[in-house]
Ligand binder design. Structure first.
Ligand SMILES: [Fe+2]
Length: 271
């Protein structure tokens, strides 16, 4: 895997933050943008992108490449993603280890794949297709799930490891997703980290979690909890992470709270 630059700490760009990110530019090292929001974009969105590009390093984060789809990657979608990456020339770009399309139909959410050799082959094939089209390093994100397939042949960590090693991709470790899965499915997140090639962790995602009856969910709507900071701290202790993004999508707090979380993350990244 090639050496990637250190980007620091940032926030997932949302329109609600538009004024604040510029106002507090010196406290935000980089922004993650949702790639899909700039495909087929109108003039206003393109101007926004240009303005962001002039002031921040940007990392495009995709939602719908559907790397786990057996039918392959959608050519048109890939074309749009490639155009955006070419325009931004980012240090890396990211997508989820999941599928969002099946048999040509949209599923509407990030669906997990069974942890089988066959699924590894599908993902490896799709990623090699993506890599032929986009030369910029791709990093892959772990998702949350509420089902686990009985047909799985290996652990989630082993599955992720196989995909990373066979594709030579980096990992976007969402520490909140990892913590949530570890509680919902009763496993030890430290042991999960033991199984991962931690040197492949390039970037982190973090945000608070939400409790819904007995389940934890990734609502992206709450302040980062102490337990999540603990996972963040442990990952930074084990490896040299290049960047981390606070992923807040709802229940937006005053921006000072976002800045405090960025500062906490920055201190953990440095130590
Ligand atoms: Fe995430």
């Amino acid at each position: 895997m090639q050496q990637l630059p250190e980007l620091g700490i940032g926030v997932g760009f949302r329109e609600q933050f538009r004024a604040d990110v510029f106002l507090h530019r010196n406290k935000i090292d980089f922004l993650e943008i949702t790639a899909d929001h700039y495909f087929d974009a109108n003039r206003k969105k393109l101007e926004e992108l240009e303005l962001l590009r002039q002031h921040f390093p940007l990392i495009p984060h995709g939602l719908d490449l559907s790397l786990g789809s057996a039918e392959g990657v959608d050519a048109q979608y890939l074309e749009k993603f490639a155009d955006l990456v070419e325009k931004l020339n980012p240090a890396w770009f990211s997508e989820h280890l999941c599928f969002t399309k099946s048999g040509g139909k949209q599923i509407g959410h990030l669906a997990p794949v069974p942890y089988t050799k066959e699924a590894v082959e599908v993902i490896v094939k799709n990623i090699s297709h993506v890599k032929r089209k986009i030369k910029t390093p791709l990093i892959l994100e772990n998702i949350t799930y509420n089902v686990r397939f009985p047909s799985s042949e290996m652990s989630e960590a082993k599955f992720i490891t196989k995909v990373l090693e066979e594709t030579d991709c980096g990992l976007l470790l969402d520490v909140t997703n990892l913590y949530i899965n570890s509680k919902n499915f009763n496993f030890d997140w430290r042991r999960f980290l033991d199984e991962l090639p931690v040197e492949r962790i390039v970037q982190l995602h973090f945000v608070g979690l939400r409790k819904n009856k007995n389940l934890l969910i990734d609502a992206h709507a709450d302040k980062t909890d102490d337990e999540i900071w603990e996972v963040f701290r442990e990952v930074c202790r084990r490896t040299d992470v290049k960047g981390a993004i606070l992923e807040r999508d709802e229940n937006f707090p005053p921006f000072t709270e976002i800045l405090e979380e960025i500062e906490t993350a920055r201190n953990l990244l440095k130590n």
